[in-house]
Design a protein. Structure first.
Ligand SMILES: C[S@@+](CC[C@H](N)C(=O)[O-])C[C@H]1O[C@@H](n2cnc3c(N)ncnc32)[C@H](O)[C@@H]1O
Length: 236
């Protein structure tokens, strides 16, 4: 079982998070993008607390989810319309951990980077393909790789975020320094950085081809300046 950095306190505080990913307008554009692809139901890999799955279900989509963190998956399960489809404590790298097939599988909020080896990322694509019906789509939202070994991604009076990247292994560690009760505390999470081209190769290994790539959920063009992408691969 992969190590879980999102259990316990992190899961408990998750829905109190702020920042762009929790902005209701951002969630709405994400859901607007996904709804037309989900006529045959949607499966969210790394569903978390249902930040996207719950509003998607409220739009009438049959939504299932998989998450490593029992607390995350379970809280989504408690609220999601189709709670019996949600599989807490399941890894997205294991083939077919949810029942049935879907027209959409999606993995957002950089969660492909939580798979910290190339093998695990390839397995995520293979598992997505295994859950898709013919013509179904796999949607991934993820940042492009950093260009510096050390990058400050946040700087405020109470939080400093520094990414540390090893260009050889593509291992990325995000260091969070939080000011809590007057003391700075450090929390570091490992990731694996991955380029759009390498993701296309993984999709190809899983039998899928790229059908769309945007820099955001409003279908903004993806360019060499884009900090992230929303990519859609299709199963034949
Ligand atoms: C940043 S959160 C994203 C949650 C949710 N998708 C969202 O957009 O709010 C990352 C999630 O990935 C889950 N996760 C990490 N590795 C996983 C794995 N191998 N299998 C399933 N879930 C995993 C964590 O438990 C956590 O819920």
């Amino acid at each position: 079982m992969p190590e879980n950095y999102f259990g316990g306190e992190t899961a408990a505080r998750y829905d109190e998070s702020t920042g762009p990913y929790f902005d209701p307008a951002v969630i709405a554009t994400t859901v607007d993008f996904l709804v037309p692809l989900a006529s045959g139901g949607a499966l969210e890999f790394a569903i978390g607390t249902g930040r996207i799955a719950l509003p998607l279900a409220q739009r009438g989509v049959r939504v299932a989810g998989i998450d490593l963190s029992a607390r995350h998956g379970r809280s989504a399960a408690q609220e999601a319309e189709r709670r019996r489809d949600t599989s807490p404590q399941s890894a997205i790298t294991r083939r077919r951990r949810s029942t049935g097939t879907f027209s959409l599988v999606y993995l957002v909020f950089n969660s492909i980077n939580n798979q910290t080896t190339q093998e695990a990322q390839v397995a995520s694509f293979e598992n997505a393909a295994a859950h898709l019906e013919p013509g179904g789509r796999f949607v991934v939202e993820v940042g492009v790789p950093n260009t510096q070994r050390l990058e400050v991604f946040d700087l405020s009076d109470t939080h400093v975020g520094v990414d540390e990247l090893d260009f050889d292994t593509q291992r990325l560690v995000s260091h969070h320094f939080n000011l809590i009760d007057g003391r700075w505390e450090r929390f570091s999470i490992p990731f694996r950085s991955v380029s759009p081209a390498e993701l296309d190769l993984m999709a190809g290994l899983a039998g899928m081809t790229l059908s769309e790539r945007w820099s955001g959920w409003e279908r903004e063009p993806f360019t060499s300046e884009s900090p992230k992408h929303v990519s859609v691969w299709q199963k034949p």
